[in-house]
Design a protein around this ligand. Structure first.
Ligand code: PHB
Length: 398
């Protein structure tokens, strides 16, 4: 093994090849800005990790308008609404009618596959399976990324800007001294038990169900594979649940006078997903800029995580382009505040959806009934429905 670091100079160094990092790399490359992406995981691990599945219309446009691939349109499914279900009764929110938009069911791992393929097609420099990653000299004019590549070579990348798109457990956020950032967060006393099951869909659109037994989400993947979740204890051991117990628990939470019945099938994956709301402020330290989960996380109830990451990256790529085009740092200086405006709207929406749909063990009868009053206020008011529809389908970009 060669221990002398091999030095490479580029314009933007990107830490993390999830959708945020790859989309940023793609947008910068289209603007003629050189960049290198590094990632500790390998391609197949990211490709097979189940994540959420809803894309806002603006996210879909980012993929199709920038020439990533039209697979989202051919393999994804357009959803014009969702069902809010409570007291065993479904209330459909028609997004097209309410706000003239739709969302697309297209899982995050497919977005990753498309972006990775686009980077490969366009000759992008994306290095998977790197180890011992560090970011350094962030406050200097030459911030750096250091890592060992898959072949064992130590590499040091000298850049003008480093983008931290390395997720909620990444190194970039932690590279900001604790005295220079505020960690805003709350945790929740519950988590989601997620399953992937083989069989036909139980419903044509997503069902967000509140019940006295807790929350459940009925989602889909395609004609043969479905995705569902139910609220559980954060310490729940997924392995301890039998298929029968999982199906009975899910069914209990969607039971109602309409006799709605879930299509049961073999469960091919089960995982407990922890829940947290977090925002790092600012999303910047010197020449390090955080985007996506590395700077903020939302609970999955509003389906906002991936969409927020793409929105951040749009703002950041415009700021970086402006810097190279005009020499002015104004947009870079404004990045954090501009991205955070959308982040906090999405935090509020995700928190609101989460508290309105879940139940707590220690909930009083007053609180349980107040929540039903809140759900009823949303479901029976065009204005209430419209707020939910606007936030769910995504506020306009820019
Ligand atoms: C999913 O299909 O995985 C999914 C959909 C909507 C959510 C969360 C997860 O709010």
């Amino acid at each position: 093994m060669n221990t002398e670091p091999h030095i490479i100079t580029t314009q933007v160094g990107i830490v993390g090849a999830g959708p945020a990092g790859l989309m940023l790399s793609h947008l910068l490359a289209r603007a003629g800005i050189a960049n290198i992406v590094i990632e500790t995981r390998d391609h197949s691990t990211i490709q097979t990790t189940q994540r959420a599945g809803i894309l806002e219309a603006g996210s879909v446009r980012m993929l199709t308008d920038t020439g990533v691939d039209g697979r989202v349109l051919t393999h994804g499914h357009r959803h014009d609404g969702i069902d809010l279900r409570f007291n065993g009764v479904s209330h459909r929110l028609n997004f097209q009618d309410l706000v003239g938009e739709s969302v697309w069911l297209y899982p995050q791992n497919e977005v990753f596959v498309d972006l990775a393929a686009a980077r490969k097609r366009d000759g992008g420099d994306v290095r998977f399976s790197v180890t011992d990653t560090e970011v350094l000299d962030l406050e200097s004019g030459v911030p750096k990324m250091r890592f060992t590549d898959a072949g064992g070579q130590r590499v040091e990348v000298h850049a003008d800007i480093i983008a931290g798109t390395d997720g909620s457990r990444g190194i970039c956020k932690r590279a900001i001294p604790a005295t220079d950032r505020t960690d805003n967060f709350i945790s929740y006393p519950f988590a989601w038990f997620g399953i992937l099951t083989e069989g036909p869909p139980s419903a044509p659109e997503l069902i967000y169900a509140n019940s006295a037994h807790g929350f459940a989400l009925i989602s889909q993947r395609n004609e043969h594979v479905q995705r569902m979740y139910f609220q559980c204890d954060p310490e729940e051991d997924a392995g301890a649940w039998t298929e029968q117990q999982i199906w009975d628990e899910l069914q209990k939470r969607v039971d109602g006078p309409d006799g709605f019945t879930l299509q049961r099938g073999p469960i091919v994956e089960k995982t407990v997903l922890p829940f947290r709301s977090y925002v790092c402020e600012p999303l910047r330290h010197g020449n390090l800029f955080l985007a996506g989960d590395s700077g903020h996380t939302v609970p999955p109830t509003g389906a906002k995580g991936l969409n927020l990451a793409l929105a951040d990256v749009k703002v950041l790529s415009e700021a970086v382009e402006s810097f190279y085009g005009t020499g002015s740092r104004d947009l870079l200086d404004g990045y954090s505040a501009k991205a955070l405006e959308r982040v906090w709207k999405a935090q509020n929406f995700s928190y609101w959806m989460t508290s309105m749909l879940h139940s707590r063990e220690d909930q009083s009868s007053f609180e349980r009934k107040r929540i039903l009053g809140e759900l009823n206020s949303v479901a029976t008011s065009r204005y209430g429905q419209q707020y939910l529809a606007e936030a769910y389908t995504g506020w306009p970009h820019g």
